[in-house]
Design a protein around this ligand. Structure first.
Ligand SMILES: NC(=O)c1ccc[n+]([C@@H]2O[C@H](COP(=O)([O-])OP(=O)(O)OC[C@H]3O[C@@H](n4cnc5c(N)ncnc54)[C@H](OP(=O)(O)O)[C@@H]3O)[C@@H](O)[C@H]2O)c1
Length: 246
């Protein structure tokens, strides 16, 4: 049984992840963190029956039992503090929160290495996003002129999205001269999470489009990472590395 401490349990994504954890026979929600919802029962915050797990403001002072994983779907400013704390307690971490820069990732990597545990910081847990990245790497070798359009609901704080930024960096590395890949961000009410990768050549165009219509899209990837992060060491930023590497 893998215990899960979930930060952001009452958030839009955290609720979906929490419900999937509760439904999984091999996982158990053992702790929850939040901000405005501190003190509420985690089950009630997810729209379920009470679980007897109160939402706390900070990680417990005592180390949780071995096999516990810390999961974070909050905000970058909160995760910058909580993720290194969890790692220093020896908890492997699965981080879905976005908005980190290279320095943040280095800090997570060194905290994980110092504790001898793994930290998965994955900007998009949807399996379709990982496949889009794979297919894009194939196409860019033949169609090196590429631009990315990412479209999200108006509530999304960071731009460009972590997914688009990571894909742009990958594709730039494969283009002649490492030329930067432009990313265009759209924020409009009604959108969920969508991405188009457009590859142009004279007279032809390839478009790879991935649409997320509900947050259910992320849960399978998150559960996979929760189950496997205990076998990883240091920083992992790609879902493919989780499913192939463990
Ligand atoms: N990697 C992926 O596949 C993926 C997919 C979807 C979203 N995301 C990312 O996940 C994050 C959350 O997105 P969302 O749409 O679910 O946001 P949201 O609905 O606004 O939820 C944010 C959550 O963060 C919690 N929070 C805020 N400040 C906190 C603090 N200081 N300590 C602990 N918890 C705190 C809030 O708790 P209270 O409710 O208690 O205030 C809330 O539960 C964003 O960074 C988003 O980009 C990633």
């Amino acid at each position: 049984m893998v215990g899960v401490i979930l930060a952001g349990v009452s958030g839009r994504t955290g609720r979906e992840v929490g419900r999937a954890v509760v439904a999984a026979p091999d996982l158990r929600l053992v702790g929850a963190l939040g901000h405005g919802s501190v003190g509420r029962d985690a089950g009630e915050a997810m729209g379920m029956a009470p679980l007897g797990v109160p939402i706390a403001a900070t990680l417990p002072a005592f180390p949780p039992p071995e096999g516990t994983v810390y999961v974070d779907f909050t905000r970058a400013d909160a995760a910058r503090a909580n993720v290194p704390t969890a790692l220093a307690m020896g908890l492997p971490a699965v981080v879905g929160t976005t908005g980190f820069d290279a320095r943040d990732l280095e800090a997570f990597e060194s905290a994980a290495r110092a504790a001898g545990v793994g930290v998965c910081v994955i900007a998009n847990f949807a399996l379709g996003a990982a496949l889009t990245a794979r297919l894009s790497a194939l196409v860019v070798d033949v169609f090196p002129d590429v631009e990315i359009v990412e479209l999200h609901g108006s509530h999304k704080r960071d731009r460009p999205s972590g997914t688009a930024a990571a894909l742009a960096a990958d594709l730039a590395g494969r283009r002649p001269g490492g030329r930067e890949v432009p990313v265009h961000s759209v924020r409009l009410p009604g959108l969920v999470a969508h991405q188009e990768v457009l590859f142009g050549r004279p007279g032809e165009l390839i478009t790879l489009r991935h649409d997320v219509f509900s947050r259910e899209a992320y849960t399978q990837g998150v559960l996979l990472a929760i189950r496997r992060v205990g076998r990883l060491r240091g920083l992992v930023t790609r879902l493919e590395e989780v499913w192939e590497g463990a």
